[in-house]
Design a protein around this ligand. Structure first.
Ligand code: ATP
Ligand code: MG
Length: 313
């Protein structure tokens, strides 16, 4: 069973779970092509503290971006994004906020290349994603973006190292190296003593750490997450936020959807949506993430994981 799943690179459900599904296209595609779980997408992204100082190199640039969901007859159902202009720079830590239905998940799915905009420009790490074929975009996304889902989306039949190794299958990494990198990354998030376990044997917070490791194992440029603490109790959610802060302090660019002001308070910048438009976009004066190097997660070696030249592309 496990072999069957891992060896099915075109399995839409699996590619959706690990964030490598082809982007949605066409009429009302969101409700037809990809499973509903992608609406709860959370992403993660990447790295490269070695290439440029934080705040100077765009990772994601959106210009006049719109997303319209159409009915099967071609008429407009919902204009979910109505003209988004935003630039996310390398090394930023951004919360995307807004009321239910304001377009947060739609925006995250476009940023994560799980869905294509109806029109407007999206440059991901300098490349116009609109110009790419679905296969090229899927591969490019796999290199650049790591996703974290609210519901973890781990594969129950697989061990945690097999779960973490799964995205590397799509990058044609040999199995032995896949498992080696998965074990290394699980060690970075503090789960090195849980190898061989299956997700159901772990707590919610530990499962989310597995999901974070799965996002990091591909050495992405940006980490994206849609409500990554939404299924966790408060203290477990705080531990995950501590890990994000460690990743950010190590140079990772992080984009996170949250409806929780307490969570957003811990981000460097907040972009708030209202009815498909940006209501405001501001830096957080009270940001304290970079002061948390002494947190209980500081000894996980995440900095090494992010900065290791071996992880760069
Ligand atoms: N696949 C779809 N087809 C049609 N309409 C959609 C689709 N996905 C989202 N919408 C609509 O687009 C708008 C924005 O939805 P979105 O899921 O982005 O909101 P959200 O801000 O993430 O909300 P929540 O906080 O409840 O998750 C809503 O009106 C929603 O009903
Ligand atoms: Mg949502």
């Amino acid at each position: 069973m496990r072999i069957l799943i891992i060896s099915s690179p075109h399995s839409a459900p699996l590619r959706s779970i690990v964030g490598t599904a082809r982007p949605r296209r066409g009429y009302n595609s969101g409700s037809i092509i990809l499973p509903a779980m992608l609406r709860m997408t959370q992403t993660l992204a990447q790295p490269a503290a070695h290439s440029a100082p934080a705040g100077t190199t765009p990772v994601a640039e959106l210009r006049a971006l719109r997303k319209i969901y159409y009915k099967p007859d071609g008429s407009v159902m919902v204009e979910a994004l109505r003209g988004i202009d935003v630039t996310i720079n390398r090394g930023e830590y951004v919360a995307i906020m807004g009321a239910s239905g304001s377009g947060k998940s739609t925006l995250m799915n476009v940023l994560g290349c799980l869905d294509r905009p109806t029109d407007g420009l999206y440059l991901l790490d300098g490349r116009d994603v609109a110009a790419m074929s679905d296969d090229d975009l899927s591969n490019y996304r796999g290199l650049k973006i790591g996703f974290i889902f609210q519901a973890f989306n781990l594969i129950p039949q697989l061990t945690i190292e097999e779960n973490v190794a799964t995205p590397l299958f799509y990058q044609r990494v040999p199995r032995a190296e896949r498992i080696e990198r998965a074990i290394e990354t699980l060690g970075k998030v503090g789960l090195g003593d849980r190898l061989g376990h299956r997700p159901r044997e772990l707590s919610g917070g530990q499962q989310q750490r597995v999901a974070i490791a799965r996002a990091l194992v591909t050495r992405p440029v940006v980490l994206m997450a849609d409500e990554p603490t939404g299924n966790l109790d408060s203290s477990t959610g705080q531990a995950i936020l501590n890990l994000f802060e460690e990743l950010h302090s190590s140079g990772m660019t992080i984009l996170m959807v949250t409806h929780d002001p307490v969570v957003a308070e811990r981000c460097l910048r907040v972009v708030r949506l209202k009815d498909g438009l940006i209501e405001y976009d501001r830096q957080q004066p009270g940001y304290r993430g970079r002061k948390t190097a002494s947190s209980d997660l500081a000894n996980l070696g995440v900095s090494d994981a992010v900065r290791s030249p071996a992880q760069s592309h």
